[in-house]
Write a protein that binds this ligand. Structure first.
Ligand code: SAH
Length: 349
């Protein structure tokens, strides 16, 4: 039983069993969300309670195996070791409006996308809500808040390893925890959930995690190309994914973001841009273009940034808003699963 995975009412019930009043539960909850590593840091709790909790409910606090900070842009990459020895990454990126952390939702992934390093060994296990919360809380505790702010992390993207909608219940619970006012209180509007397009889950998301921004990994303008890159397209084809995205935009009134990794010679021609623009026409959306990060194990090359700009212009000329994603932390294995992979390989050597 991991107290960090619990909502305040659940935690209150546990502490009630121990004969504790409700205000104690709130104190413990707030401390856990501050990223403390030991009950002895909870200085406003009686020593006897701290000891009981330490004995019966060990704190889930991933260990930092590596911490790398980019000399170029201040991006920080953490490699955590979980209680069972598995490793996952978190990246903290600094923007003018605040800091964004990119976290994982699973150890590995079972979606099998052709260009992705996280899926090479399949999905090892789901991450718990408490583990996801720890990544945000520990990064937040590690980086000092700017003046006038009470915390340094302002935004979260679920774009690390794993498919959040394939670990649906845990992800939804994490979103509830991380946005709760007694915890970090990060507004769901500042949280982006990225999915490869699990249509039934996209449809339930607005009621289970209101106001979260949805990103959909599209990566292709048609089924023929998407089938080559993403096995999930056999289950939910582009037309269904786009229809779900339209429903999401209509129900929530939010703009949907489409991610499109540009792969040299595969999905980056003018004809591809025209087809994409035609399919997205009339939808409240934005396209995030990412020149593919080549992964050693994968035989695909990225489009250059210059050509990505040209692709962006093609979309814009057809009325589709698009940007080319800024590269961050390139000197510290910033991209998708690269640090975890390198450390795992070294361990095996
Ligand atoms: N499972 C979720 C989150 C995964 S990672 C999803 O599919 O959206 C977040 C984004 O990084 C996804 O759009 C994913 O397709 C993309 N991505 C993965 N590997 C990449 C690579 N080598 N280069 C560029 N983008 C990549």
């Amino acid at each position: 039983m991991n107290l960090k995975s619990m909502t305040l009412p659940e935690l209150t019930a546990v502490l009630k069993e121990l004969g504790q009043p409700q205000f104690r539960a709130r104190q413990v909850y707030t401390w856990l969300h501050k990223g403390v590593r030991a009950y002895d840091e909870m200085t406003n709790l009686p020593k006897s309670l701290r000891d009981t909790l330490a004995r019966e409910y060990p704190i889930c606090a991933p260990k930092v195996v590596r911490r790398q900070e980019s000399a170029r842009d201040g991006t920080i990459k953490y490699l955590w070791e979980l209680s069972d020895g598995n490793c996952v990454e978190t990246v903290l990126m600094r923007y003018h409006y605040g800091n964004t952390v990119c976290i994982s939702t699973e150890v590995g992934c079972r979606m099998g996308c052709a260009f992705c390093a996280s899926t090479l060994e399949g999905c090892i296990r789901n991450l718990t809500p408490g583990e996801m919360l720890s990544f945000v809380a520990l990064a937040n505790a590690d980086v000092p808040a700017e003046e006038g702010r009470d915390r340094s992390v302002t935004n979260i993207v679920l774009m690390g390893s794993g498919e959040p909608l394939d670990n649906y219940d845990n992800t939804v619970k994490f979103l509830k925890l991380v946005s709760s006012p007694d915890g970090m209180g990060i507004s769901p509007r500042n949280i982006s959930l990225s999915s490869c397009g699990l249509v039934p889950r996209i449809d339930t998301l607005p009621q289970d995690a209101p106001h979260v921004t949805l990103s959909v990994s599209l990566h292709a303008p048609n089924d023929e190309i998407r089938n080559k890159l993403m096995p999930i397209n056999k289950a939910y084809q582009i037309a269904e994914v786009l229809a779900a995205a339209r429903r999401y935009a209509q129900t929530t009134g939010r703009r949907v973001v489409f991610e499109y990794a540009l792969v040299k010679g595969l999905n980056d021609s003018q004809a591809n841009a025209n087809e994409l623009a035609a399919r997205l026409r009339g939808m409240t959306c934005h396209v995030n273009l990412i020149p593919l990060n080549p992964v050693k194990e994968r035989n695909l090359l990225g489009t250059s940034r210059k050509e990505a700009e040209v692709f962006r212009k093609w979309l814009e000329d057809r009325g589709i808003s698009a940007t080319v994603r800024r590269e961050m932390g390139t000197d510290i294995d910033g991209a998708c699963g690269q640090l975890r992979r390198r450390v795992l390989m070294q361990r095996e050597e």
